[in-house]
Design a protein around this ligand. Structure first.
Ligand code: HEC
Ligand code: HEC
Length: 234
């Protein structure tokens, strides 16, 4: 009996692990596919110019929050300017099928064709981030933590180009990102990691990598990190 149970447990475990492995493979295949689409367009000046034009024309529904040049209008809205285009596109796909939740974004992401989303991602990614104000004392404390826990993925200057990235797929650019948005986001990942997110939370997103790095951060760590991240990229 005991042996039977063990085998059963092992089979169940093996199937679960296989499932997780397949999911991870599917996700990185999705990222690579999106990246290829974007790179193919960027490699051709004519296609890029067309994408920039059509992308800009589609910003009518975005600009009251993210700004027409991707520098967001409120501290809790993320900048899209300078963001890695493949990351923007991937996040819109996540909102579209509700892997990431925020109502306005869930609705908008389903309104557009993939072509529109590719154009929007290229357009916003090419814009320049405007420097934001930050508290230098907090940023100095955040720097120490950043170099220890974040740099390997997000890169020394927060551009998403850390050494731990998978081939060409960049992580999120966080340099110059809005401080309030960064600290809210770190708290969402921490909340998910520790099963503390309440049902009234307006935002939901998961990432094994970000849950792992945020699960033991204190509120003070988060404030300091957000100040440092905001100070980068100038
Ligand atoms: C009413 C305000 C509002 C409008 C309009 C809006 N957004 Fe957003 N957007 C947000 C907020 C707030 C978030 C962050 C929510 C979260 O944490 O998931 C966000 C997140 C995003 C993200 C993820 C950014 C990141 O750094 O992870 C992308 C990409 C994005 N929006 C693109 C767009 C595009 C493209 C449009 C226009 C088609 C648009 N948004 C319109 C408020 C808005
Ligand atoms: C092992 C790699 C890894 C490490 C280490 C890491 N990150 Fe991330 N980070 C990611 C990935 C991948 C994402 C995108 C998650 C998603 O798709 O939602 C991300 C997303 C983010 C975002 C959201 C960006 C946006 O525009 O919404 C912020 C902010 C962030 N990370 C900050 C940090 C900070 C601060 C640290 C250090 C405490 C850190 N990260 C460490 C991989 C990492």
């Amino acid at each position: 009996m005991l042996v039977g149970k063990n085998i059963c447990t092992r089979v169940v475990l093996a199937v679960m692990l296989l499932g997780l492995g397949l999911q991870a493979m599917a996700q990185s295949a999705e990222q690579k596919e999106l990246l290829k689409r974007i790179n193919d367009i960027k490699a051709s000046p004519a296609l890029k110019e067309k994408a920039m034009k059509q992308g800009k024309a589609r910003t009518a529904l975005c600009k009251r929050c993210h700004g027409v040049d991707g520098n967001s209008l409120k501290p809790k809205f993320p900048n899209l300017a300078g963001q890695n285009a493949a990351y923007i596109l991937e996040q819109m796909e996540k909102y579209a099928d509700k892997r990431r939740k925020f109502r306005v974004m869930n609705v908008l992401s389903r309104k557009f064709t993939l072509e529109d989303k590719v154009n929007l991602s290229i357009y916003f990614g090419e814009q320049k981030v405007k420097p934001v104000l930050f508290n230098a004392d907090l940023a100095a404390k955040g720097k120490v933590l950043y170099e220890k826990s974040c740099q390997k993925c997000h890169g020394k200057n927060g551009l998403g180009d850390g050494k731990d990235r998978d081939e060409d797929v960049l992580f999120a650019r966080i340099a110059g990102q809005k401080e309030v948005y960064v600290s809210n986001t770190l708290k969402v990942f921490r909340g998910v990691a520790n099963n503390q997110l309440t049902s009234t939370s307006k935002v939901y997103r998961e990432s094994d990598k970000m849950e792992e790095v945020t699960k033991n951060l204190s509120d003070t760590d988060i404030v300091n990190l957000a100040a440092y991240v905001a100070s980068l990229g100038r």
